[in-house]
Design a protein around this ligand. Structure first.
Ligand SMILES: Cc1cc2nc3c(=O)[nH]c(=O)nc-3n(C[C@H](O)[C@H](O)[C@H](O)COP(=O)(O)OP(=O)(O)OC[C@H]3O[C@@H](n4cnc5c(N)ncnc54)[C@H](O)[C@@H]3O)c2cc1C
Ligand code: SF4
Length: 252
Protein backbone atom coordinates (compact mmCIF):
# COMPACT_ATOMS: atom_id res chain seq x y z
CA UNK A 1 0.00 0.00 0.00
CA UNK A 2 1.74 3.12 -1.23
CA UNK A 3 0.52 6.70 -0.80
CA UNK A 4 1.47 7.76 -4.33
CA UNK A 5 0.48 4.54 -6.10
CA UNK A 6 -3.16 3.72 -5.32
CA UNK A 7 -3.62 1.23 -8.16
CA UNK A 8 -0.28 -0.63 -8.10
CA UNK A 9 -0.56 -3.80 -10.22
CA UNK A 10 -4.32 -4.19 -9.93
CA UNK A 11 -6.51 -4.40 -13.03
CA UNK A 12 -9.61 -2.43 -11.90
CA UNK A 13 -11.63 -4.80 -14.06
CA UNK A 14 -14.15 -5.59 -11.31
CA UNK A 15 -16.29 -2.67 -12.50
CA UNK A 16 -16.89 -3.74 -16.14
CA UNK A 17 -17.18 -7.38 -15.05
CA UNK A 18 -19.72 -6.61 -12.30
CA UNK A 19 -21.71 -4.37 -14.63
CA UNK A 20 -21.91 -7.16 -17.20
CA UNK A 21 -19.91 -5.23 -19.79
CA UNK A 22 -17.00 -7.64 -19.80
CA UNK A 23 -17.32 -11.41 -19.49
CA UNK A 24 -14.87 -12.97 -17.01
CA UNK A 25 -13.89 -15.54 -19.66
CA UNK A 26 -12.82 -12.69 -21.99
CA UNK A 27 -10.38 -11.62 -19.28
CA UNK A 28 -9.09 -15.16 -18.78
CA UNK A 29 -8.67 -15.72 -22.55
CA UNK A 30 -6.84 -12.38 -22.95
CA UNK A 31 -4.48 -13.26 -20.11
CA UNK A 32 -3.79 -16.72 -21.59
CA UNK A 33 -3.15 -15.14 -25.01
CA UNK A 34 -0.63 -12.78 -23.39
CA UNK A 35 1.12 -15.82 -21.91
CA UNK A 36 1.16 -17.72 -25.22
CA UNK A 37 2.63 -14.73 -27.04
CA UNK A 38 5.32 -14.32 -24.40
CA UNK A 39 3.99 -10.99 -23.09
CA UNK A 40 3.27 -12.16 -19.54
CA UNK A 41 5.14 -14.48 -17.15
CA UNK A 42 3.47 -17.63 -15.82
CA UNK A 43 3.32 -16.32 -12.21
CA UNK A 44 1.33 -13.24 -13.25
CA UNK A 45 -0.93 -15.28 -15.51
CA UNK A 46 -1.62 -17.83 -12.78
CA UNK A 47 -2.39 -15.01 -10.30
CA UNK A 48 -4.87 -13.26 -12.56
CA UNK A 49 -6.65 -16.43 -13.66
CA UNK A 50 -6.90 -17.51 -10.01
CA UNK A 51 -8.46 -14.16 -9.02
CA UNK A 52 -11.07 -14.26 -11.75
CA UNK A 53 -11.87 -17.96 -12.17
CA UNK A 54 -11.04 -18.85 -8.58
CA UNK A 55 -11.99 -16.06 -6.20
CA UNK A 56 -14.63 -14.27 -8.22
CA UNK A 57 -16.47 -17.45 -9.18
CA UNK A 58 -16.20 -18.85 -5.65
CA UNK A 59 -17.71 -15.67 -4.18
CA UNK A 60 -20.49 -15.73 -6.78
CA UNK A 61 -21.39 -19.33 -5.93
CA UNK A 62 -21.16 -18.62 -2.20
CA UNK A 63 -23.82 -15.93 -2.67
CA UNK A 64 -26.29 -18.57 -3.81
CA UNK A 65 -25.02 -21.25 -1.46
CA UNK A 66 -25.15 -19.09 1.70
CA UNK A 67 -28.65 -17.83 0.95
CA UNK A 68 -30.58 -14.59 1.45
CA UNK A 69 -30.44 -14.57 5.28
CA UNK A 70 -26.67 -14.96 5.55
CA UNK A 71 -25.95 -11.24 6.06
CA UNK A 72 -28.83 -10.53 8.45
CA UNK A 73 -28.52 -13.69 10.54
CA UNK A 74 -24.76 -13.73 11.19
CA UNK A 75 -23.06 -11.63 13.84
CA UNK A 76 -20.78 -14.13 15.55
CA UNK A 77 -18.59 -11.51 17.24
CA UNK A 78 -21.55 -9.50 18.53
CA UNK A 79 -20.51 -6.34 16.65
CA UNK A 80 -23.18 -3.65 17.01
CA UNK A 81 -21.31 -0.32 16.87
CA UNK A 82 -22.32 2.23 14.20
CA UNK A 83 -19.72 2.99 11.53
CA UNK A 84 -17.39 5.89 12.27
CA UNK A 85 -18.99 9.01 10.77
CA UNK A 86 -15.98 9.50 8.47
CA UNK A 87 -17.15 6.40 6.55
CA UNK A 88 -20.50 7.85 5.54
CA UNK A 89 -19.06 11.27 4.83
CA UNK A 90 -16.13 9.74 2.95
CA UNK A 91 -14.02 12.34 4.67
CA UNK A 92 -10.42 11.28 5.15
CA UNK A 93 -9.68 14.46 7.05
CA UNK A 94 -12.11 13.44 9.80
CA UNK A 95 -9.55 10.88 11.05
CA UNK A 96 -5.88 11.35 11.92
CA UNK A 97 -4.73 7.76 11.33
CA UNK A 98 -2.79 8.20 8.08
CA UNK A 99 -3.60 4.76 6.65
CA UNK A 100 -7.35 5.05 7.27
CA UNK A 101 -7.47 8.69 6.25
CA UNK A 102 -5.78 7.88 2.94
CA UNK A 103 -8.14 4.97 2.26
CA UNK A 104 -11.33 6.94 3.00
CA UNK A 105 -10.11 9.87 0.95
CA UNK A 106 -9.48 7.51 -1.96
CA UNK A 107 -12.94 5.92 -1.71
CA UNK A 108 -14.45 9.42 -1.78
CA UNK A 109 -12.40 10.41 -4.82
CA UNK A 110 -12.61 7.20 -6.86
CA UNK A 111 -15.02 4.71 -5.22
CA UNK A 112 -12.30 2.08 -5.37
CA UNK A 113 -9.59 0.55 -3.16
CA UNK A 114 -7.47 -2.47 -3.90
CA UNK A 115 -8.08 -5.69 -2.00
CA UNK A 116 -5.58 -5.26 0.83
CA UNK A 117 -6.76 -1.71 1.55
CA UNK A 118 -10.33 -3.05 1.77
CA UNK A 119 -9.38 -5.98 3.95
CA UNK A 120 -6.50 -4.79 6.12
CA UNK A 121 -7.23 -1.08 6.54
CA UNK A 122 -10.97 -0.35 6.33
CA UNK A 123 -12.19 -3.87 7.13
CA UNK A 124 -9.58 -4.35 9.86
CA UNK A 125 -10.56 -1.05 11.48
CA UNK A 126 -14.26 -2.01 11.45
CA UNK A 127 -13.48 -5.47 12.82
CA UNK A 128 -11.44 -4.04 15.69
CA UNK A 129 -14.00 -1.35 16.50
CA UNK A 130 -16.96 -3.74 16.40
CA UNK A 131 -18.81 -2.04 13.55
CA UNK A 132 -22.13 -3.67 12.71
CA UNK A 133 -21.43 -6.03 9.75
CA UNK A 134 -24.79 -5.27 8.13
CA UNK A 135 -24.10 -1.53 8.18
CA UNK A 136 -20.62 -2.15 6.80
CA UNK A 137 -22.07 -4.28 4.01
CA UNK A 138 -24.44 -1.42 3.12
CA UNK A 139 -21.53 1.02 3.13
CA UNK A 140 -19.37 -1.10 0.82
CA UNK A 141 -22.33 -1.62 -1.53
CA UNK A 142 -23.09 2.10 -1.69
CA UNK A 143 -19.61 3.61 -1.66
CA UNK A 144 -17.73 1.37 -4.09
CA UNK A 145 -17.96 1.49 -7.87
CA UNK A 146 -17.88 -2.33 -7.98
CA UNK A 147 -20.23 -2.75 -5.00
CA UNK A 148 -22.84 -5.25 -6.11
CA UNK A 149 -25.12 -7.23 -3.77
CA UNK A 150 -23.74 -10.68 -4.62
CA UNK A 151 -20.11 -9.84 -3.86
CA UNK A 152 -20.71 -8.51 -0.33
CA UNK A 153 -21.77 -11.45 1.85
CA UNK A 154 -18.64 -13.59 1.44
CA UNK A 155 -16.19 -10.67 1.31
CA UNK A 156 -17.57 -8.36 3.98
CA UNK A 157 -19.59 -10.51 6.37
CA UNK A 158 -17.42 -13.61 5.98
CA UNK A 159 -13.85 -12.75 5.08
CA UNK A 160 -13.49 -9.27 6.49
CA UNK A 161 -15.68 -9.29 9.63
CA UNK A 162 -15.66 -13.00 10.58
CA UNK A 163 -19.35 -12.48 11.39
CA UNK A 164 -20.19 -16.02 10.24
CA UNK A 165 -17.85 -17.58 12.80
CA UNK A 166 -15.62 -19.22 10.20
CA UNK A 167 -17.75 -20.44 7.27
CA UNK A 168 -15.81 -18.37 4.70
CA UNK A 169 -12.49 -17.60 6.43
CA UNK A 170 -10.73 -19.70 9.03
CA UNK A 171 -9.81 -16.78 11.30
CA UNK A 172 -10.49 -13.04 11.71
CA UNK A 173 -8.36 -10.80 9.48
CA UNK A 174 -7.21 -8.57 12.35
CA UNK A 175 -3.77 -6.97 12.37
CA UNK A 176 -1.98 -4.27 14.34
CA UNK A 177 0.22 -1.34 13.39
CA UNK A 178 3.34 -3.50 13.00
CA UNK A 179 1.74 -5.26 10.03
CA UNK A 180 0.53 -1.98 8.52
CA UNK A 181 3.92 -0.40 9.08
CA UNK A 182 5.56 -3.26 7.12
CA UNK A 183 2.98 -3.24 4.34
CA UNK A 184 2.49 0.51 3.81
CA UNK A 185 4.44 3.75 3.66
CA UNK A 186 1.84 5.60 5.75
CA UNK A 187 3.24 5.24 9.26
CA UNK A 188 6.22 7.58 8.80
CA UNK A 189 3.92 10.55 8.28
CA UNK A 190 1.34 9.60 10.91
CA UNK A 191 0.64 11.33 14.24
CA UNK A 192 0.44 7.88 15.82
CA UNK A 193 3.30 5.48 16.46
CA UNK A 194 2.73 1.90 15.25
CA UNK A 195 5.02 0.56 18.03
CA UNK A 196 2.97 2.09 20.82
CA UNK A 197 -0.14 0.67 22.43
CA UNK A 198 -0.42 3.14 25.30
CA UNK A 199 -0.34 6.93 25.41
CA UNK A 200 -1.56 9.87 23.35
CA UNK A 201 0.29 8.68 20.25
CA UNK A 202 -0.62 5.00 20.63
CA UNK A 203 -1.55 3.62 17.21
CA UNK A 204 -5.31 2.89 17.08
CA UNK A 205 -4.59 -0.27 15.07
CA UNK A 206 -1.93 -1.58 17.46
CA UNK A 207 -3.90 -0.85 20.62
CA UNK A 208 -7.14 -1.71 18.83
CA UNK A 209 -5.79 -5.14 17.91
CA UNK A 210 -5.19 -6.12 21.53
CA UNK A 211 -8.48 -4.61 22.70
CA UNK A 212 -10.24 -6.55 19.91
CA UNK A 213 -8.68 -9.86 20.95
CA UNK A 214 -9.65 -9.16 24.55
CA UNK A 215 -13.27 -8.44 23.54
CA UNK A 216 -13.72 -11.55 21.38
CA UNK A 217 -11.55 -13.94 23.39
CA UNK A 218 -14.45 -16.20 24.42
CA UNK A 219 -15.79 -16.36 20.86
CA UNK A 220 -12.51 -17.30 19.17
CA UNK A 221 -10.71 -19.30 21.85
CA UNK A 222 -11.79 -22.60 20.28
CA UNK A 223 -10.10 -21.66 16.99
CA UNK A 224 -6.64 -23.23 16.91
CA UNK A 225 -5.36 -20.49 14.55
CA UNK A 226 -6.06 -17.93 17.28
CA UNK A 227 -4.09 -19.78 19.95
CA UNK A 228 -0.84 -17.88 19.48
CA UNK A 229 -2.34 -14.35 19.24
CA UNK A 230 -4.46 -15.01 22.34
CA UNK A 231 -1.43 -16.33 24.24
CA UNK A 232 0.51 -13.16 23.31
CA UNK A 233 -2.39 -11.02 24.49
CA UNK A 234 -2.59 -12.83 27.82
CA UNK A 235 1.11 -12.12 28.40
CA UNK A 236 0.66 -8.32 28.09
CA UNK A 237 1.16 -6.74 31.49
CA UNK A 238 -0.62 -3.53 30.48
CA UNK A 239 -3.62 -5.22 28.82
CA UNK A 240 -6.21 -3.74 31.18
CA UNK A 241 -4.88 -0.23 30.58
CA UNK A 242 -4.96 -0.77 26.80
CA UNK A 243 -8.54 -2.07 26.92
CA UNK A 244 -9.67 0.90 29.02
CA UNK A 245 -7.84 3.36 26.79
CA UNK A 246 -9.45 1.94 23.64
CA UNK A 247 -12.90 1.87 25.23
CA UNK A 248 -12.62 5.60 25.77
CA UNK A 249 -10.70 6.51 22.63
CA UNK A 250 -12.08 9.49 20.74
CA UNK A 251 -9.02 10.24 18.56
CA UNK A 252 -8.63 8.02 15.53
C1 LIG B 1 -14.09 -5.98 2.51
C2 LIG B 1 -14.05 -6.29 1.04
C3 LIG B 1 -14.97 -5.71 0.18
C4 LIG B 1 -14.95 -6.03 -1.17
N1 LIG B 1 -15.88 -5.45 -1.97
C5 LIG B 1 -15.93 -5.80 -3.29
C6 LIG B 1 -16.92 -5.24 -4.14
O1 LIG B 1 -17.72 -4.41 -3.73
N2 LIG B 1 -16.96 -5.64 -5.45
C7 LIG B 1 -16.04 -6.53 -5.95
O2 LIG B 1 -16.11 -6.86 -7.14
N3 LIG B 1 -15.08 -7.06 -5.16
C8 LIG B 1 -15.00 -6.71 -3.85
N4 LIG B 1 -14.00 -7.23 -3.06
C9 LIG B 1 -13.03 -8.18 -3.65
C10 LIG B 1 -11.76 -7.50 -4.26
O3 LIG B 1 -11.17 -6.67 -3.28
C11 LIG B 1 -12.09 -6.68 -5.51
O4 LIG B 1 -12.73 -7.51 -6.45
C12 LIG B 1 -10.85 -6.08 -6.17
O5 LIG B 1 -10.15 -5.28 -5.24
C13 LIG B 1 -11.26 -5.26 -7.39
O6 LIG B 1 -10.17 -4.59 -7.94
P1 LIG B 1 -9.45 -5.11 -9.28
O7 LIG B 1 -10.48 -5.32 -10.34
O8 LIG B 1 -8.32 -4.20 -9.57
O9 LIG B 1 -8.91 -6.52 -8.79
P2 LIG B 1 -7.60 -7.36 -9.21
O10 LIG B 1 -6.70 -7.37 -8.03
O11 LIG B 1 -7.05 -6.89 -10.51
O12 LIG B 1 -8.21 -8.83 -9.38
C14 LIG B 1 -8.80 -9.26 -10.62
C15 LIG B 1 -10.24 -9.65 -10.44
O13 LIG B 1 -10.37 -10.77 -9.56
C16 LIG B 1 -11.68 -10.77 -8.97
N5 LIG B 1 -11.57 -10.98 -7.52
C17 LIG B 1 -10.42 -11.09 -6.80
N6 LIG B 1 -10.70 -11.30 -5.50
C18 LIG B 1 -12.04 -11.30 -5.39
C19 LIG B 1 -12.93 -11.48 -4.30
N7 LIG B 1 -12.49 -11.70 -3.05
N8 LIG B 1 -14.26 -11.40 -4.55
C20 LIG B 1 -14.74 -11.19 -5.80
N9 LIG B 1 -13.93 -11.02 -6.87
C21 LIG B 1 -12.60 -11.09 -6.67
C22 LIG B 1 -12.32 -9.44 -9.32
O14 LIG B 1 -13.28 -9.64 -10.33
C23 LIG B 1 -11.16 -8.60 -9.84
O15 LIG B 1 -11.55 -7.65 -10.80
C24 LIG B 1 -13.99 -6.93 -1.69
C25 LIG B 1 -13.06 -7.48 -0.82
C26 LIG B 1 -13.09 -7.17 0.53
C27 LIG B 1 -12.09 -7.81 1.45
S1 SF4 C 1 0.80 4.49 12.90
FE1 SF4 C 1 -1.05 3.25 13.01
S2 SF4 C 1 -2.71 4.65 12.42
FE2 SF4 C 1 -0.80 5.59 11.75
S3 SF4 C 1 -0.53 4.92 9.62
FE3 SF4 C 1 0.57 3.46 10.92
S4 SF4 C 1 -0.90 1.81 11.31
FE4 SF4 C 1 -2.07 3.57 10.54
Amino acid sequence: MLTDDPVMAHSRLSVPMNLGLLHPMEVVEAVLDAYRSGDAPIASVEGMVRQVMGWREWVWHLYWHLGPDYTSSNNHLGATEPLHEAYWELDGEAVEAACLSHALEQVGATGWLHHIQRLMVVGNFSLQRGHDPQALTRWFTDAFVDGTEWVMPANVVGMSQHADGGIVATKPYAAGGAYLSRMTDHCGGCVFDPRKRLGDDACPFTAGYWAFLHRVEDKVSGNHRMGRPLASMRRLKDLEDVVLQERERSRF
